[in-house]
Design a protein around this ligand. Structure first.
Ligand SMILES: Nc1nc2c(ncn2[C@@H]2O[C@H](COP(=O)(O)OP(=O)(O)OP(=O)(O)O)[C@@H](O)[C@H]2O)c(=O)[nH]1
Ligand SMILES: [Mg+2]
Length: 451
């Protein structure tokens, strides 16, 4: 992907009526282009960087709006180029007219193009560019926290730190190769092996943060499954605190699945109410049940709900689909059982609840997020939170693993040097020192225009 340095512009605020709207212009002609449509006390062209001017946007003699215009001169701007931001009244009709005037001399920005330019001009690395997108989309405290830490450079610094270590070891090995015949002190192979092992451990730990990083960003997927009529939809509604799903005493009420999300102690939790599992000849119900199984496979947690009758066959089937530690066994309709009977279920590992008496539901929610362990300190020191980053770190791990084996098996330092280089390259991909058009397109196409 080429860096185009023509001047671009876009409305950065959403359409509609609001207090103000913001139009952003970036590129080496931005100050000149804006000065041609702006009437201000002092000539805009001579305005200092990081100042705000009041003025009128004019189309010939016609005044379009009273505006404030901020100016950020290269390189001290979001994109690294000359940037001008016009704040007008929050009316799409007005903002569009100003944009039209700018478009006579500038090009409409593509989605994410301002951020892309910031990346090309080394204002931010690729993890920070991704964080800009995450920040805009964050809906809960934790996803917000993760995004802002990443934007502040947590993952960038972590990767740089690991890369520095790798470079140090590569230099050692390459020196050894270059001076093999000469009298250079031999490297301490044992120590190098240990150092590489430590580095491998650090990388593996970083990689392990990816699963939870994805959960922080995309939400914890929780499916409610079980036989018909056990109260799945009732529990779903109780979690959402609305009558979202239809509840009836007729088994087989829910056919297609329903998905709704809530924020739970700062985490996004996505609940899936599913069709009750049973043998059926009803075609429609069968389709619903097939979907239930698909959802189960993609869940982080599965609430396996019964209302008294232990459904061992379904439970065994479930264990084939998801790892057993993802399954939480739930006995609903606790109001229909004696305390002694409930104890029996609890001793068998069931969480007991009742949607009628509203008991046990809080405990159940706590159970869901109990095992998410990423702490604020970890967010601060850098975690992975998308599949691109995770895949690259995994590649780095596999190359480092090969490097360690090449030393162990005495294959020759050329092999070690090669594998360490591969390990470095994979990490460089994470921060975008090495990148491809495909990766960049994938990242920026999800942005909105004006960011
Ligand atoms: N006594 C009692 N009844 C409940 C409780 N929760 C749900 N019910 C009743 O159980 C019946 C079935 O509830 P649903 O929530 O529709 O059950 P479901 O598992 O979604 O059923 P399907 O969609 O048919 O698979 C309804 O009559 C509910 O009122 C509870 O905690 N106690
Ligand atoms: Mg239902």
């Amino acid at each position: 992907m080429e860096y185009r340095n023509d001047t671009i512009c876009a409305i950065s605020t959403p359409p509609g009526i609001s207090g103000v709207a913001l139009i952003r212009v970036s590129g080496n002609k931005s100050i000149e282009i804006v000065s041609e449509i702006l009437k201000s006390k002092k000539p805009f062209k001579t305005a200092k960087s990081h100042t705000i001017q009041f003025g009128l946007i004019i189309d010939g003699k016609q005044v379009i709006d009273e505006v404030y215009v901020s100016i950020f001169k290269t390189p001290r701007s979001y994109t690294g180029e000359d940037v001008v931001e016009i704040t007008c009244h929050g009316n799409t009709f007005i903002a569009n007219q100003i944009l039209e005037l700018l478009l006579q001399k500038a090009r409409l920005a593509e989605p994410g193009e301002f951020t892309q330019r910031a990346f090309f001009n080394n204002k931010i690395d690729l993890t920070q560019a991704e964080a800009v997108g995450d920040l805009i989309n964050a809906k809960t405290k934790k996803s917000h926290q993760a995004a802002i830490e990443q934007l502040e450079g947590s993952l960038h610094h972590k990767i740089e730190e690991l890369l520095n270590q790798l470079t140090e070891y590569r230099t050692l090995i390459e020196l050894e190769i270059d001076f093999l015949e000469q009298d250079v002190p031999d490297i301490d192979i044992k120590q190098l092996g240990k150092d590489l092992q430590n580095l491998l451990r650090e990388l593996k730990y970083l990689s392990s943060t990816g699963d939870e990083g994805l959960i922080l960003k995309e939400g914890l997927k929780v499916s409610l499954v079980g036989a018909p009529n056990v109260g799945k939809s009732s529990i779903f509604n109780a979690f959402l605190k609305t009558e979202r799903a239809i509840v009836t005493p007729i088994p087989g009420t829910t056919r297609d699945y329903l998905e709704e999300a809530i924020a739970l102690r700062g985490y996004l939790v996505r609940f899936f109410d599913t069709a009750g599992l049973r043998e059926t000849s009803d075609h429609l119900e069968m389709l619903g049940i097939q979907r239930s199984y698909e959802i189960i496979k993609n869940s982080h947690k599965v609430l396996f709900i019964i209302d008294g009758k232990e459904n061992n066959q379904e439970f065994e089937k479930l264990k084939q689909l998801v790892e057993p530690d993802k399954i939480i066994k739930v006995l609903n309709k606790a109001d229909l059982f004696s305390i002694d009977k409930l104890k029996v279920f609890e001793n068998k590992g069931f969480v007991t609840c009742s949607t009628v008496e509203k008991t046990g539901l809080k405990k159940l929610k706590d159970f869901l997020i109990k095992n998410i362990r990423i702490s604020d300190e970890e967010l601060h020191s850098g975690i992975l939170n998308n599949t691109r980053q995770i895949a690259a770190v995994k590649r780095s791990i596999s190359s480092l693993d090969k490097a360690i084996k090449s030393i162990k098996n005495d294959l020759g330092f050329e092999f070690t040097a090669f594998d360490l280089k591969e390990a470095s390259s994979a990490l460089e991909e994470v921060i975008g020192k090495i990148t491809t058009d495909d990766i960049l397109n994938q990242i920026f196409e999800n942005f909105c225009i004006g960011k």
